[in-house]
Design a binder for this molecule. Structure first.
Ligand SMILES: Nc1ncnc2c1ncn2[C@@H]1O[C@H](COP(=O)(O)OP(=O)(O)OP(=O)(O)O)[C@@H](O)[C@H]1O
Ligand SMILES: [Mg+2]
Length: 261
């Protein structure tokens, strides 16, 4: 079966000559949840940002190919990316505060976001925004739409950011540590909401996390990265119960609660 995304032999280097990502092969199936785990600096953010063509200016793709729904998206020009990003592939960032404009009400931002992607009336956009906020567990969408970001908690802001990311029903959501700034209860709530998404919209999701327990809870497959390379990429039970690399074994030993998983 055709894959949703195939990354082939991807190598990315920054100006300072650091190879952040080295010869990475990665495939994502339709409706699949992948977790990427690895210590700080292992290249997780660089990898996911490259998938949505949002690398920082100093980064250069040295080699590799990216095939999304059968199309080579690396050859896409600006206008094609404008159509793809937010529509077919969306990203959720670690800090929703950096994504939401602090001086504009949520509703205004949400409606503008929807109308920048779809030719739709304001009334329809409001309806859509409210509907999606409901799906993200808000039963008071109107209040949220009328709030400024500072009037919401960190977890609420992240759920709003996720609602915006899924508004166009993208085929792929990339989430870079979406819950690491949140408390454990909110983390679990957001994990469950993301897992529901794939059932509702058939979305594939890539979640970057430091927390292998969280990865094991959410993912179908886990990718372990170390020093820019993939050291393991397999079904979660394989990675957790029969890890191949010493590096993964070491990571697993740091979480006693996974024993007996
Ligand atoms: N803008 C940049 N300029 C130069 N080097 C960078 C830049 N961003 C990242 N790097 C380097 O690339 C490597 C991978 O960084 P990256 O941010 O992808 O790691 P990460 O796994 O996301 O880390 P963390 O868990 O801390 O978020 C590191 O060596 C880092 O120093
Ligand atoms: Mg990162």
């Amino acid at each position: 079966m055709e894959k949703l995304l195939e990354v082939k032999d991807l190598t990315i280097q920054y100006d300072n000559k650091n190879y952040a990502v080295k010869n990475i092969d990665m495939d994502i199936n339709y409706k699949e949840i992948i977790s990427i785990v690895g210590e700080s600096g292992s290249g997780k953010t660089t990898l996911v940002r490259s998938i949505i063509n949002l690398l920082s200016p100093g980064a250069k793709i040295i080699s590799g190919e990216m095939i999304f729904c059968g199309k080579n998206i690396q050859k896409y020009h600006k206008e094609q990316w404008r159509k793809l990003r937010g529509n077919e592939i969306s990203m959720i960032f670690q800090n929703p505060g950096s994504y939401l404009n602090p001086i504009r009400k949520i509703g205004k931002q949400f409606i503008e976001n929807i109308r920048s992607h779809r030719d739709t009336s304001k009334i329809q956009a409001v309806k859509k925004a409210n509907n999606i906020l409901g799906k993200m567990g808000f039963d008071d969408g109107d209040r949220i739409m009328n709030s400024y970001p500072y009037q919401l908690s960190g977890g609420m802001k992240q759920r709003v950011a996720i609602a915006m990311a899924i508004a166009m029903e993208p085929k792929l959501i990339l989430a870079d540590e979406p819950t690491s700034a949140l408390d454990v209860i909110t983390q679990t709530q957001i994990a469950n909401e993301l897992m529901d998404l794939r059932n509702t919209f058939d979305t594939s999701i890539v979640i970057v996390t430091h927390n292998i327990g969280f990865a094991a809870y959410m993912a179908d497959r886990i990718m372990i990265m170390h020093d820019g390379e993939v050291v393991e990429y397999d079904n979660k039970s394989k990675v957790i119960l029969e890890p191949k690399s010493l590096y993964t074994k070491g990571l697993l030993q740091t979480i006693p609660e996974l024993k007996g998983w």
